[in-house]
Design a protein. Structure first.
Length: 409
């Protein structure tokens, strides 16, 4: 075991020496050599969050496309993703070990090994560390190959869907000492352009949720302009009101209709939360187990600057340690969403990680629509731990103190 740990720098070099599509194979071969594993698989979580794709580590993968897609519901794979803890079982003389492949709370997938004999604690620790290292290898090499993108998709996207997926943040989940965040988008049949985004700087968390008018390619193009304007303004260091103004003018200038949106900024050292609401549904907040809407002043949607120029108001909202804040699009509340008791479901999922909470919320809307949504359903869930927190409690890429139980009670 100590030898394997000492070879980590060499293994990273070997992974970089290999082609991007072969980087995972390098890790697999090393695990075979050191632990005698007879079978090794990397399973990547797809965009729906409901299935994993088994990416073969054999040299005869051909196109490199996923060989097998496995629904996660009720499986040990779902258990490992939820709990972010190692799973081990005995089958005959073999030992099956599954560990999470996670980076800062972003559950990328799973590493599964079949071992010929019961592993000791050092071996299990080494496999866990390999899973964590694999997360960095997948992230780094994903910039150069479509292999991992193929694995995340259960079906080929339309042009509008391709645009919409590219607008989402690269990681849908993020854990920091002061907060845990995750977003989920359940697309409609015609794609309505919903997007969400977040970013961290030294002292501030920035979050946005936007919902353009229209469907298909028109909505995707409007979303592209909107997200680019917001990101450009944010990266230039502007405040919330200026970010909103630039988004408003960009949509109007390019004649892309209008869009509702909500911009949130939270000071990581102060806990101060500020919001701009551009014609968007009010957020929900759960405090001490009770869910309520967060009333706020509502300004006009983005894209009306030419006909009705107006300033956007920045307002404080009450956010305290222990709160859960949810930012939604109207697809969560209208159409089939009106048949889902959203506050009750938020209360029921209060002990789940935002990753599982957002998935359950959007899945409920999807189920109410029999899988055919009339409007995109998007939710961002933010757990605010407070500025007094300075460090995460990390185990192989995840804060296990924030992780969900294996099943919802």
């Amino acid at each position: 075991m100590s030898d394997w740990r000492g070879e980590l720098p060499r293994l990273l070099t070997a992974a970089e020496t290999a082609a991007p599509v072969g980087a995972v194979d390098v890790v697999a071969e090393d695990l075979r050599r050191h632990f005698g594993a007879t079978k090794i698989s990397f399973l990547i979580v797809d965009l729906t969050g409901r299935a994993v794709a088994r990416l073969s580590t054999s040299p005869d993968t051909g196109s490199g496309r996923p060989a097998e897609r496995i629904p996660m519901s009720g499986t040990v794979y779902e258990q490992v993703i939820r709990t972010q803890r190692l799973y081990q079982e005995t089958s005959g003389h073999e030992q099956r070990v599954i560990v999470p492949v996670t980076n800062r709370g972003d559950a990328i997938g799973l590493l599964e090994l079949i071992l010929p004999s019961p592993p000791d604690e050092d071996v299990l620790r080494g496999v866990g560390e390999a899973g964590h290292m694999l997360a960095y290898i997948v992230i780094a090499n994903g910039r150069f190959t479509d292999l991992y993108t193929w694995g995340k998709r259960s079906r080929p996207p339309t042009l509008a869907a391709e645009i919409q997926y590219q607008l989402l943040p690269q990681s849908l989940s993020c854990e920091a000492a002061q907060f845990t965040l995750c977003g989920s988008l359940e697309p409609s049949e015609d794609l309505s352009g919903d997007t969400f985004d977040y970013a961290l700087d030294r002292d501030t968390l920035h979050v946005s949720v936007t919902d353009p008018m229209g469907h298909d390619l028109d909505a995707a193009l409007a979303a592209t302009i909107l997200v680019a304007a917001l990101r450009g303004a944010r990266r230039a260091g502007t405040g919330l009101a200026e970010q909103a103004r630039r988004a408003d003018e960009a949509l109007a200038a390019h004649a892309r209709g209008h869009a509702t949106g909500q911009l949130l900024r939270v000071g990581l050292r102060t806990g101060r939360a500020q919001l701009v609401n551009a014609g968007h549904p009010w957020p929900l907040r759960m405090r001490d187990g009770a869910v309520e809407t967060v009333p706020c002043e509502v300004d006009p949607p983005f894209g009306l600057a030419v006909s009705a120029p107006h300033p956007y108001r920045v307002q404080d909202i009450d956010l305290r340690p222990g709160d859960r804040l949810l930012m939604l699009t109207d697809g969560m509340l209208e159409h089939q969403g009106k048949y889902v008791d959203l506050p009750a479901l938020v209360e029921r999922t209060r002990d789940l990680h935002p990753r599982e909470t957002t998935l359950m919320l959007t899945s409920a809307i999807r189920a109410a629509a029999d899988g055919r949504l009339e409007d995109d359903a998007t939710v961002v869930c933010l757990d605010w731990h407070g500025p007094q927190e300075t460090q995460r409690h990390v185990s192989s890429g995840a804060d296990t103190q924030q992780a969900s139980a294996s099943r919802l009670q």
